[in-house]
Design a protein around this ligand. Structure first.
Ligand SMILES: [Fe+2]
Length: 269
């Protein structure tokens, strides 16, 4: 009898480490796999180092794309077609200054609707606000207003899949600059700490860009290793005030075009 008891005790002890990995905030948390009916594809634009994300419900075929790039709109539309999806929305995290959004052109190519924050001042079919829910098939995205990089920045959370699309609000070991487009270091910091860093540690973070080849991060990682956002607010503002960044490359072309949903004086071929 005591042997059975000892064996049960040993099995319980063996089970504990994996639970600890999940619950102990000092260890890398165990991630949550995507559900089998959720399609996820990360896409890249080399010139602007932008990530776009094609997401779909595999049962209904309804799809959305987050942060498409104008020069890649044909690629994205082709992919949607090949995979048998119906693109419902082209969603922007914010009014980009470094590239032109593909949402306007995708709208023409696929019949989807474009989306952006009402606060961005840009044209779109649907204007988003905090608390909105974007549905595609049985999946949905919760909209969080996370201004700071720009006044119209949104982050998009899919709780059931354990992921958040942060645009330029949180980048991998960085964050978007706050010296243009009505940016505010204080707002960025407070929104990240109250709305992104309060998500479960295992949540994956998918940013709008990466310049060093990293594809994704997690709430756990950025809470520990983001060299800016781990500082206190005062230090964060000091860092952001002293970045000495050059004038954004394509801002003079991108902003007017993006205010018109990316279909402004742009040759189609
Ligand atoms: Fe940006």
């Amino acid at each position: 009898m005591w042997r059975i008891f000892a064996l049960a005790l040993a099995l319980c002890a063996a089970a504990q480490p994996s639970e600890n990995v999940q619950n102990n905030s000092s260890s890398l948390p165990v991630g949550k796999p995507f559900t089998s009916d959720f399609f996820f594809r990360q896409l890249f634009d080399e010139e602007s180092s932008t990530y776009s994300y094609l997401l779909a419900d595999l049962k209904t075929g309804e799809a959305v794309v987050i942060d498409p790039v104008l020069e890649q709109a044909k690629r994205d539309a082709q992919l949607v077609k090949e995979l048998g999806f119906k693109l419902k929305y082209a969603i922007n995290t914010h009014l980009h200054a470094d590239h032109i959004t593909g949402s306007g052109w995708l709208r023409e190519l696929t019949g989807c609707q474009s989306m952006i924050a009402a606060a961005s001042g840009a044209k779109a079919d649907v204007y988003l606000e905090e608390g909105d829910r974007i549905e595609f098939g049985s999946h949905f995205i919760d909209v969080l207003a996370t201004p700071g990089h720009t006044n119209g920045c949104m982050s998009y959370v899919i709780k059931a899949q354990g992921c958040v699309f942060t645009g330029d609000t949180v980048l991998i070991r960085g964050c978007g600059r706050t010296d243009f487009q009505e940016g505010s270091s204080e707002s960025l910091y407070e929104n990240v700490h109250s709305k992104i860093f309060t998500l479960p540690d295992y949540f994956r973070i998918y940013p709008a860009h990466d310049y060093k080849g990293q594809l994704e991060s997690s709430v756990w990682e950025e809470k520990r290793y983001n060299p800016r956002l781990t500082k206190d607010l005062e230090e964060f503002i000091r860092i952001m005030d002293n970045l000495n960044l050059s004038y954004p490359n394509k801002i003079d072309v991108s902003l007017p075009a993006n205010r018109e949903c990316g279909v402004y004086d742009i040759p189609k071929e």
